[in-house]
Each structure stands twice: as structure tokens, then as C-alpha cells.
Design a binder for this molecule. Structure first.
Ligand code: ADP
Length: 400
């Protein structure tokens, strides 16, 4: 039986959506409501086989955004359903599931309360995710809604990998531990990699590199997350567009003293003004950096080199944790679209007998095996599809 599943990714100032026919994986429409609560807001709606539609009405809050999305979905000219009640279920991306949610769940009042309680761990994200859930409930009372958590895939990480070397009490009191993020993406590419290779996930030791404006790497064994580079928050791990990734924690107290910075200022520095943007003083976008580096800008070159160095360090560490490597996957904006970065990352892994094929690597935005003949691990490019993964998880939990 075909079910219409709406996927909602509700952020603090934007809501992205996609309506699927499942299990056909067919996208009926997608779009984005942007600048919610900010001047100049707009909704852009892309129905399948119909012209795109733009609505520049004021979007004052998440409730208004969701009602405009439903209005677009049933619009006589641009809509793809006649009535919102044709939608069978809604799947929501929820960023933080803490230690409570280790798989997608059907939303009820207890689930909502728990998502609210976890807002302390994701103050920018969980409240926005909850607003999306509640706005949908208002418009279609009784609709089955699933919450799909960014952290859930990482619930299999063992304690020796998720504990920090600080007094245990902070874990008990505040839940300070590694949670990991981008779980839906890592899980999706791991499944696809096994399908592409015609193997069971249990047969494969994988490292997936989600390299976008936010980046993370995951070690995957038996189809489960064994370790991941993001931590208590998405700040840990790789050097990202604007986030520092790993650094000596003493730098924080040093800067607080020297520059008289507050906790909020440090937070802003490390999340918004660091990473390749901070090093290059030019851009957080790798396309700009690549162009500047080619024109002789040394700092842009350095920013790229620091980024690549950190990725390589994690690949080495995770190959050690996995005690081997069968598949290396590249995904997300940069991983899918930059042959240059992939080539640079894959240099010097002779000890893993991992070699990239320069010809096959010359692709962007599509699935491909880019490993050279003779390379022991396969190197795959797999465009991520978090929306499809959320739709299929929603079908699982809300399908009955
Ligand atoms: P987000 O985390 O916002 O979803 P994306 O996965 O879209 O991020 O990735 C954005 C990053 O991907 C940007 O740094 C951008 O430079 C990079 N990127 C996108 N397309 C290309 C391309 N064709 N070549 C190089 N880098 C690209």
C-alpha cells in the first residue's frame, strides 16, 4: 500500500520539507520556508512535474510556516494532493535524542516532553523541532508523526569511546558524553554502500566521511556506529566551515583571560568564526577557498590543508579502531562534489592499500566507486539523502 509521508526538517529560522510516496521513494514535492520571524521571509515550493512556486507572505512563526507549506501542498495549481488528510504520516528530523531515544519513535505527549527536556543539550535545535511537530498537530489533529533523531544511530558507541576524561559525576549530573550527530546521513550511506557492494552490513568495516559545512566521520562495524568525530555537541572533531573542531581545551581559558571573553563569546568564536573561515580569513565555502588557493592565496591553501590533515587523522584512527577497513565513503556537499579534496584526503594510505583512481574520481554528485584497481578498501561516493531515510524510518514506525 502506498503511503504519503511528509518529511519536515524544522530549524530555528527555516523549515525544509519533502512529500514522498512510500515505499516507492517518489518525491511528490519539496521546498523550504526561510527567514521565519525575520523580514524578507519566503516559501519556495517545487512540485514534481509542475512549475515552482514562491510565496513571499510574512512568515511570523513556525505555525505560519507550516500552514503555508500545507497550503502549497494542496494549492489548485501548484499542489500535489487535494486535501491535507491524504497525508498518512509525518516524519520529523529531531537533532538531539540524548540517551533516551536510540531509534525513531511515534510522537506522543511523553515523547514531546522528552524532546523538550533534551533542549538543554541542543538549545538551538530541539525547541525548533518541537515547534514543527506541534504546528503539524494543530493543522492535522491525530496525524501519526515520527521523530527521527540525529543522535540515534550513534547509540551503539561503547562507553570507552563516549566518555570524556573528566570526573564521572558530570556525566551523571549533566549527561556530558559523546553523542555524535549526522546519524541519519551516516546510517543512510552505510546502508547504500552495503547495497551497492551486494554485501551484508555485518561483513563490512566502514568509515563514512560526511563533509559539508558541518562535517563528521563515523567508524561503522556490523552496520552500527562504533565511534564518531562529533561529540557532546557538533563542535568536536573535524575542522569545519566555521567550527574549530578538536582543540586543546586550555585555549579556552587562555583566551577568556587574555581577551576577557565571556562564555557566550567563546561559544560564538568556536562555532561561527573558526574552522576554515577562521584560518583563511576569507570564506567558509570550499569553492571560494579552492579558487583563492589556485590564485596563490597561502592562507586559503593552509585552511584546506588543515582540514584535510584532520580528516586523514580520523581515518587513520578509525581504521585502527575497526582493525581494518573495507569501505571508505564520501558524502555531503564537499564529499560528493570535490574530486580535489577526495584526492588529497586519499593520498598516503599505502599501509591500508587504499588507492583512489584519478579518472573515476572525476565525478560530482552521483554514486560511484572511485577506488583504483588493486585498492583493498573500496572508496565510494554516495550522495546522502537524509529526507528519504527519515521517510523510510517514518514508514516503519507509523506504517501500521
Ligand atoms: P550543509 O551542512 O549546510 O548541508 P552541505 O552538505 O551542503 O552543507 O555542504 C556545503 C559545503 O560543500 C560547502 O563548503 C561547499 O563549498 C561545498 N561544496 C558544494 N558544492 C561543491 C563543489 N561543486 N565543489 C567543492 N565544494 C563544494
Amino acid at each position: 500500500m502506498i503511503m504519503k509521508v511528509l518529511v519536515i526538517n524544522s530549524g530555528s529560522s527555516s523549515i525544509k520539507y519533502q512529500l514522498f510516496d512510500m515505499p516507492e521513494n517518489k518525491v511528490l514535492a519539496k521546498g523550504i520556508a526561510e527567514r521565519i520571524g525575520i523580514r524578507g521571509s519566503c516559501l519556495t515550493h517545487y512540485p514534481d512535474q509542475k512549475p515552482a512556486y514562491r510565496n513571499e507572505e510574512d512568515i511570523t512563526d513556525h505555525g505560519v510556516a507550516i500552514s503555508l507549506i500545507f497550503a502549497a501542498l494542496i494549492h489548485p495549481d501548484h499542489g500535489v494532493v487535494r486535501d491535507v488528510r491524504e497525508i498518512d504520516a509525518i516524519g520529523h528530523r529531531v537533532v538531539h535524542g540524548g540517551e533516551i531515544f536510540n531509534q525513531p519513535v511515534l510522537v506522543d505527549s511523553t515523547v514531546k516532553e522528552n524532546i523538550r527536556r533534551l533542549s538543554g543539550l541542543a538549545p538551538l535545535h530541539n525547541p525548533a523541532n518541537l515547534l514543527g511537530i506541534e504546528a503539524c498537530e494543530q493543522i492535522i489533529p491525530g496525524i501519526r508523526q515520527a521523530a527521527v533523531f540525529d543522535t540515534a544511530f550513534h547509540h551503539t558507541i561503547p562507553p570507552q569511546a563516549f566518555m570524556y576524561g573528566i570526573p564521572y559525576w558530570y556525566y551523571e549530573e549533566y549527561g556530558i558524553r559523546k553523542y555524535g550527530f549526522h546519524g541519519t546521513s551516516h546510517q543512510y550511506v552505510a546502508r547504500r554502500a552495503a547495497e551497492i557492494l551486494g554485501k551484508q552490513p555485518a561483513e563490512l568495516k566502514m568509515i563514512s566521511c560526511h563533509l559539508g559545512s558541518g562535517s563528521s566521520i563515523t567508524a561503522i562495524q556490523n552496520g552500527q556506529s562504533l565511534d564518531t568525530s562529533m561529540g557532546f555537541t557538533p563542535l568536536e572533531g573535524l575542522v569545519m566551515g566555521t567550527r574549530s573542531g578538536d582543540l586543546d581545551p586550555a585555549i579556552i581559558t587562555f583566551l577568556m583571560e587574555k581577551e576577557k571573553m565571556s562564555a557566550a563569546e567563546i561559544n560564538d568564536l568556536l562555532n561561527n568564526r573558526s574552522g576554515v573561515l577562521g584560518i583563511s580569513a576569507l570564506s567558509s565555502d570550499f569553492r571560494d577557498l579552492a579558487k583563492a588557493a589556485a590564485d596563490g592565496n597561502d592562507r586559503a591553501r593552509l585552511a584546506i590543508d588543515v582540514f584535510v590533515h584532520r580528516v586523514r587523522k580520523y581515518i587513520g584512527a578509525y581504521a585502527a579502531e575497526l582493525n581494518g577497513l573495507d569501505v571508505l565513503v564520501f558524502t555531503a556537499g564537499l564529499g560528493e562534489n570535490s574530486p580535489e579534496i577526495r584526492a588529497q584526503i586519499c593520498q598516503g594510505f599505502d599501509y591500508l592499500e587504499l588507492w583512489i583512481d584519478p579518472e573515476k574520481n572525476n565525478i560530482r554528485g552521483k554514486e560511484a566507486d572511485i577506488s583504483a584497481q588493486g585498492s583493498k578498501p573500496r572508496i565510494l561516493v554516495i550522495p546522502t539523502n537524509e529526507e528519504l531515510m527519515i521517510a523510510s524510518e517514518t514508514l516503519q514506525v507509523a506504517g501500521n
